[in-house]
Design a protein around this ligand. Structure first.
Ligand code: V4E
Length: 239
């Protein structure tokens, strides 16, 4: 499990050149298609949990606990820190299934246990853990009542500021939305405060100081395709 600390920003045709001027190195361009899953009542996203499949791999993003949030001495989050999101990123399918089951069990109360217990996995041996057949995935989705509510393709150009350990992604989603992201990936328990400072230094170099919080691709997608759910997420302070 890792933690992603990230700040989104408005980018334009000049941004790649600005990035090179501040010493960022382009590490390439790739394209990926994301499918996001939830129950018909949006029980996961209303808990700020984002389950997706990208290039055949499952990923779950869920918020860090309050303990993971850094506060200034006076107890309030700094303005710069408030521009950043911090999410745990889980990529192990068994762990994802456990988390999803836990959340849906709390909400629905009757969700079947759709993942193998630790004992079962040990009995079956480590190989069993690695391979998940498409049929098992389908079974899991059906049991959890999960369906795809959003999908889009992104073309991403990535840059790194090696000294800072910061990655900057310039995304173009297929519904014609451009957004930049400055991000630091940490191991669980890593130094979030230091990540926030690296992001802030990078933002200043890019001339972004004082910017407002910028909408991500999902904000724009939901506003257009699921306006009612978008309004509910705003009401629940998820977005
Ligand atoms: C966490 C989250 C969502 C899932 C998508 O996350 P995001 O990082 O925006 O997508 P992407 O494609 O850049 O993924 P990456 O390749 O970096 O892993 S959708 C909404 N959220 C929550 C959220 C939020 N509340 N506020 C902001 C500014 N962004 C995301």
């Amino acid at each position: 499990m890792s933690v992603e600390v990230e700040r989104k920003f408005v980018c334009n045709a000049d941004t790649p050149q600005t990035l090179e001027e501040i010493g960022a190195v382009c590490i390439g361009q790739r394209q990926f298609h994301d499918q996001y899953f939830d129950t018909p009542d949006f029980d996961l996203t209303l808990q700020d949990m984002w389950l997706r499949r990208r290039k055949g791999c499952w990923e779950l993003k869920c918020p860090m606990t309050a303990a993971g949030k850094t506060k200034e001495t006076h107890g309030e989050e700094s303005k710069e820190a408030a521009l950043c999101t911090r999410y745990k990123e889980i990529t192990d399918l068994t762990e994802i299934q456990m988390r999803v089951t836990e959340v849906l069990k709390d909400i629905c109360g009757h969700v079947e246990v759709a993942y193998q217990s630790a004992e079962q996995r040990t009995e079956d041996g480590p190989e069993k853990d690695k391979k998940v057949s498409p049929q098992d995935e389908d079974l899991w989705q059906t049991k959890m009542n999960l369906g795809c509510f959003a999908e889009y393709t992104t073309v991403r150009r990535s840059f790194v500021l090696e000294k800072e350990g910061v990655q900057i992604d310039l995304d173009h989603a297929d519904f014609d939305y451009h957004v930049g992201e400055i991000e630091v990936l940490l191991p669980q328990g890593g130094d979030v405060q230091s990540a926030l400072e690296k992001i802030e230094r990078t933002a200043r170099k890019l001339g972004l100081a004082g910017q407002q919080r910028v909408e991500g691709k999902m904000h724009v997608y939901l506003k257009k395709n699921h306006p009612e759910h978008y309004a509910n997420l705003l009401r629940a302070h998820v977005l």
